[in-house]
Design a protein around this ligand. Structure first.
Ligand SMILES: NC(=O)c1ccc[n+]([C@@H]2O[C@H](COP(=O)([O-])OP(=O)(O)OC[C@H]3O[C@@H](n4cnc5c(N)ncnc54)[C@H](O)[C@@H]3O)[C@@H](O)[C@H]2O)c1
Length: 320
């Protein structure tokens, strides 16, 4: 399989490590920062590009990994799909819904296999939680993303590029709840500012309540200025069932009075790449756990939650 990358920063390195573990070479690396493209490509014996269209035309890759900051998404994914490449894109699928909808349509038109890097869907902990829930009704989700913004994150500190913390990071929590509780119908959020005005031009702490179409409800907290020992945590509850997933590897709780205490080994980062390659080889979209359109639905929840802070009202995610 011939693989290309568009964007060659932090998450690209993570995906490249999984491809190396699978013995899968990479043919081409594109980054608008030509030095970065050259550096990463040299380590892979790949060809560097600074223009993604030039890469698509010259290389005709079978699959392209899109590893761009949210606000940098333009036509890259659509161009790759229309050139016939399967798509693996880092989360979130973009910043603006209209642009992401256009990309979704281009992917549908091309019919290529497509996947979004919501790695938590592929973890042992998530597999175990799915097995234990086994179709039982769930009424409540509580979750959090409590971290500290890493230093020198130029784009991550700007709402115009990252969209704020709920769009950029808490999106993992929103997506996990969609995976277990179904579609979110409404979001009502509040934000705090003042602790991190020197490092980010958006809220440093948020709370968001979600109402799901199933009738389930969820409450999600986030901060970017105080890392907690357990940053990404989700809890789901129903009658006589309570599960607490501590990403990346712990699942605790109780079901019908039986204690649950599980430690996973696989975090999902590797398996999402492994399953994507299998899906591309087999031409089988069903092997992917989060399609571009599914990821777009998660983006719509993040956008509704972020808009709710501005309007002060509950907001509905757009229909996708
Ligand atoms: N757990 C996860 O799944 C996870 C973890 C980290 C980051 N991410 C996501 O990955 C995405 C990228 O984050 P990152 O940490 O790799 O950022 P990064 O800044 O480290 O890398 C982004 C790269 O994209 C390049 N770039 C920007 N615009 C471009 C364009 N138009 N064409 C080609 N290259 C371009 C930049 O020069 C940079 O090298 C973000 O959406 C982020 O949310 C996901």
């Amino acid at each position: 399989m011939k693989i290309g990358f568009i964007g060659a920063g932090g998450i690209a390195g993570n995906y490249l490590a999984s491809l190396a573990r699978l013995g899968q070479p990479v043919a081409a690396v594109c980054d608008i920062n030509a030095d970065q493209a050259a550096k990463v490509a040299a380590g892979l014996n790949a060809k560097p590009y600074s223009d993604h269209r030039a890469m698509l035309e010259a290389e005709r890759p079978d699959a392209v990994f899109i590893c761009l900051p949210p606000g940098a998404h333009d036509s890259q994914t659509a161009d790759a799909a229309l050139a016939g490449a399967a798509i693996f894109t880092a989360k979130p699928v973009g910043l603006h819904l209209d642009q992401a909808l256009r990309t979704r349509d281009a992917i549908a038109k091309s019919g290529v296999v497509n996947s979004v890097g919501y790695m938590a869907r592929y973890s042992d902990v998530t597999d175990k939680a799915k097995e234990l829930v086994n179709g039982r009704a769930l009424g409540l989700g509580t979750g959090r993303f409590l971290c500290r913004m890493p230093p020198n994150m130029v784009w991550w500190s700007k709402r115009a590029i990252c969209g704020g913390q709920m769009l950029e990071q808490t999106t993992h929590v929103f997506d996990w709840f969609r995976y277990f509780l179904g579609e979110a119908a409404e979001a009502h959020a509040f934000g705090h500012r003042g602790f991190a005005d020197d490092v980010a031009d958006f809220e440093d702490a948020t709370v968001c309540n979600l109402r799901f179409a199933s009738g389930a409800v969820a409450s999600i907290t986030s901060t970017l200025c105080a890392s907690a020992p357990e940053c990404f945590v989700t809890e789901i509850s129903g009658r006589d069932i309570y599960l607490r997933a501590i990403m990346d590897n712990r699942l605790e709780g109780s079901i019908d009075g039986q204690k649950i205490d599980f430690t996973g080994e696989e975090t999902g980062y590797f398996r999402q790449i492994e399953q994507f390659l299998e899906a591309v080889r087999a031409g089988d979209q069903r092997r992917v756990r989060c399609s571009f359109e599914d990821g777009l639905r998660t983006l719509a929840v993040s956008v509704a939650a972020t808009r709710s802070i501005e309007t002060g009202r509950p907001e509905k995610p757009i229909e996708v």
